[in-house]
Write a protein that binds this ligand. Structure first.
Ligand code: DGP
Length: 114
């Protein structure tokens, strides 16, 4: 999609540090990391948020979940654990309207989610 930062990263127009790619998604290191490990996993299909998927796109959603597990193993995050965050809409401060999940790791994040 024109003028979408993540579409441009997926297409390689905007450079990024990619850590994973498959038929459903691309993962790259966040430009503004909030933890020592901060990876963004985004759908290759431009969908603004989790609200935008249809019943026949369950394969994409499942593919992303499986990719998150693969990335966690690949990046050595299994032993100490990690957090997965999806911001959706205004109150969650979603800044890029192309669905993505944050994988956060590399230190204790506390018991509270926010
Ligand atoms: P969110 O606020 O949930 O929409 O998260 C968007 C994230 O995307 C934010 O943590 C910063 C990251 N981001 C934005 N632009 C770029 C970029 O050009 N490159 C990379 N690597 N990350 C970006």
């Amino acid at each position: 999609m024109d003028n979408c930062i993540f579409c441009k990263i997926i297409e390689g127009i905007i450079p990024s540090t990619k850590v994973y790619e498959d038929e459903y998604c691309v993962a790259f290191r966040d430009i503004n990391p909030q933890m020592p490990v901060h990876i963004v996993v985004t759908s290759k299909k431009h969908v603004p948020s989790v609200l935008g998927f249809t019943e026949d796109e369950k394969d994409i959603l499942g593919g992303i979940q499986l990719a998150i597990a693969k990335i966690a193993r690949q990046e050595g995050l299994v032993e100490n654990g990690f957090r997965v965050v999806n911001n959706c809409g205004r109150d969650a401060c979603q800044s890029v309207p192309h669905i993505h999940y944050h994988i956060l790791a590399g230190g204790n994040m506390g018991e509270r989610i926010v």
